[in-house]
Design a binder for this molecule. Structure first.
Ligand SMILES: [Zn+2]
Length: 203
């Protein structure tokens, strides 16, 4: 190793290595975090390690929408304030966090836990499609909103689900795809610009 880790205390090395495994944390950030944790009071370190263990021990998937939750059904599915006639389909639980942050949506969700990707060997049986169809059959749902990612896998998944759901008498919509805020037109790619024109709304 370039940083001569053999001269560093073993517990510190171990912490750096573990932190380095986290997404978005490179070797330098891992070192910085490790030395920060070394300086922090023991109580704070305990709170952090408890928080990590708690998500592993207490978090399960909601049996209705498959969001991560500490109670089943989850807080959204069991809320009386949510519109049960709308189901928004997302790829990952963290997508719900992003949508909830906007406060623009008051319906329910369904987390697929992935997207169809033939190149990566992810088929329709690997994501929560069967459970979605069961849900749509057993509940009165008026609209399904496709909020899968706007990449190839997300588009394929939305098209596939649309194909399955369209015969069920349920309205299927897709999140409007437009220009990201702050974009200058001349720098927008063709796909984005085409969709922005197609998805235009009354001003
Ligand atoms: Zn739920």
């Amino acid at each position: 190793m370039s940083d001569n880790l053999q001269y560093t205390a073993e517990p510190i090395n171990r912490l750096i290595q573990e932190l380095n495994k986290l997404p978005g944390i490179g070797p330098k950030s891992a070192q910085r975090l490790a030395y920060y944790l070394l300086r922090t009071p023991e109580e704070n370190a305990r709170i952090l390690s408890d928080a990590i263990l708690s998500v592993k021990r207490q978090i399960t998937l909601c049996s209705s929408c498959f969001n991560v939750t500490d109670s089943d059904p989850c807080r959204i599915c069991s809320s009386a304030e949510r519109d049960r006639s709308q189901i928004c389909i997302v790829e990952q639980p963290q997508d719900i966090l992003a949508l909830e942050h906007t406060r623009a949506y008051k319906g329910l969700y369904h987390v697929l836990h992935g997207a169809i990707s033939p190149t990566e060997g992810v088929g329709t049986g690997d994501i929560r499609v069967k459970e979605l169809l069961e849900r749509l059959r057993e509940n009165k749902v008026g609209e399904v909103i496709m909020a899968t990612n706007t990449n190839l896998e997300g588009e394929q998944t939305a098209l596939y689900l649309n194909h399955l759901i369209s015969g069920m008498g349920i309205r299927v919509t897709r999140l409007a795809r437009g220009l990201p805020f702050g974009t200058e037109l001349e720098y927008a790619d063709d796909v984005t610009l085409t969709r922005a024109i197609e998805g235009r709304q009354e001003l």
